[in-house]
Design a protein around this ligand. Structure first.
Ligand SMILES: Cc1ncc(COP(=O)(O)O)c(C=O)c1O
Length: 425
């Protein structure tokens, strides 16, 4: 695993044009990645090239349409290589929330009153609200997994109590977008499968930080959002083929009923798929340059190997940034980090760190950081239940610092210095 010293972050940053931006003479520091990351130049090139050269709709008998069909097929194949599935098991959509609502409605058609769905209090509401809606739609019973507020991890006893013979689906996040906790999804999936339930994984926050392998996770469905992992604004779904084929999805009558088309309603953002191919090209470059991947060029296996190597390199580098970030923030008087701070447990978190600062409203802190060109989020970021469990809903939530692999130790130092100044008033 690459460490801080052998990961060439300068070479990485050179691939991201937006990182060169300055605000009022200061270099901008992007610590807002959990709300959307920056994109490499190849992503921009893909979008521009599509709209200038190939722009049209699919399934026509003329050159640009034939090219668009090829591009769409390639984007599905590459996304499948990123997640570990096959191309027909992958579908695109507007974003993860829209996909989850659409799929939950289709899944709801297969459920009966009294069937149970398990959700967690650590998840983004994208993986809660769609399942809660099924209570009214079809009489489903929702069971909750609680969160341990001392370290912001899921409560095992609560999970065990929530599962039962009527459980049909367990909806769980791979990583918390608020506090960075990585959930033991494989263990949860095994427990869910043992009672005959399917597992819906929200990997939106995990995707920019971890290699994903849907089979190793034991997922039945998984969603993520390319705009959170260095790509364009769009959503991405993977599902097990047998389940996707059987699902009574909502669709217009003459639409193609084969996978993945049966899951994709209306016209997709082809330019975004072209941009996403550029993002995968960047990640393959990273996998070779910094992850030591070889993999045969032009093969699906080769691309999968390079993408996995890239994500492992990212994981290793980000892991090495976690200590300076947490140590630096923890030393500030009045600052409290919510989530895992024990350095022997950093494998259980990604470098997304949320804190409160005594005597300072989170919006005030984030605004003061913004004035120094340091971009952070404040509030609840739709981690609706967690913020309430922590008792922070009435006081503005938390300030969230989200590192990505293009961030540096200098940027962490700048952040810590700025928060120290704000704390000192
Ligand atoms: C963990 C998690 N799930 C879901 C979402 C929603 O994603 P989208 O904006 O693609 O609907 C987010 C966005 O912040 C997220 O962080």
């Amino acid at each position: 695993m690459p460490t801080m010293t052998d990961f060439d972050v300068t070479a990485v940053r050179a691939r991201f044009p937006s990182l060169a931006r300055e605000v009022a003479g200061r270099p901008i520091v992007y610590l807002d990645g959990p709300g959307g990351t920056q994109v490499p130049g190849w992503c921009l090139d893909g979008i521009r090239d599509y709209l200038t050269t190939h722009n049209t709709n699919t399934h026509g008998a003329f050159p640009t349409s034939i090219e668009s069909d090829a591009l769409v097929a390639e984007a599905h194949a590459a996304a499948a290589d990123f997640l570990g599935g096959t191309a027909d098991e992958v579908a695109f959509g507007a974003n993860a929330t829209t996909i989850t609502f659409a799929m939950s409605r289709a899944i709801g058609r297969t459920l009966r009153a009294g069937d149970e769905i398990v959700v967690t209090r650590l998840d983004h509401d994208c993986n809660v609200a769609p399942w809660l809606a099924l209570q009214d739609d079809c009489g489903v019973v929702v069971r909750w997994v609680d969160v341990r507020t001392d370290d912001c991890t899921l409560d095992d006893d609560s999970l065990a109590a929530a599962l039962g013979p009527r459980t049909r689906l367990v909806a769980v996040g791979l990583a918390s977008n608020a506090v960075g906790t990585i959930n033991p999804v494989r263990r949860i999936a095994d427990a869910a499968h043992a009672v005959g339930a399917h597992v819906w994984v929200d990997a939106v926050h995990a995707a920019p930080h971890l290699p994903i392998d849907v089979a190793a996770l034991g997922a039945d469905f998984l969603v993520c959002s390319p705009y959170k992992f260095f790509g364009p604004h769009m959503g991405l779904l993977w599902g097990r083929r047998s389940l996707l084929e059987a699902l009574p999805v909502y669709k217009v009558r003459p639409a193609d009923d084969t996978l993945p088309s049966r899951l994709e309603t209306g016209t997709q953002a082809h330019e975004a798929q072209a941009g996403l191919l550029g993002t995968f090209r960047y990640l393959e470059w990273l996998g070779v340059e910094q992850g030591g991947a070889a993999g045969e060029p032009g093969t699906r296996e080769g691309r999968r190997a390079r993408l996995q190597a890239a994500m492992s390199a990212i994981r290793g580098y980000e892991r090495s940034l976690t200590s300076p970030l947490i140590d630096g923030l923890s030393a500030i008087p009045g600052l409290e980090i919510h989530g895992i701070t024990d350095r022997t447990r950093f494998d259980e978190r990604c470098p997304t760190v949320a804190f409160t600062l005594e005597g300072h409203h989170p919006r005030e802190v984030s605004r003061a950081l913004g004035e120094r060109a340091i971009c952070t989020w404040d509030g609840d970021y739709y981690a609706y239940e967690l913020i309430r469990a922590l008792g922070l809903a009435e006081s503005g939530g938390m300030v969230r610092v989200g590192l990505a692999h293009y961030n540096t130790t200098d940027e962490i130092d700048a952040l810590v210095e700025a928060v120290s100044e704000i704390a000192a008033g």
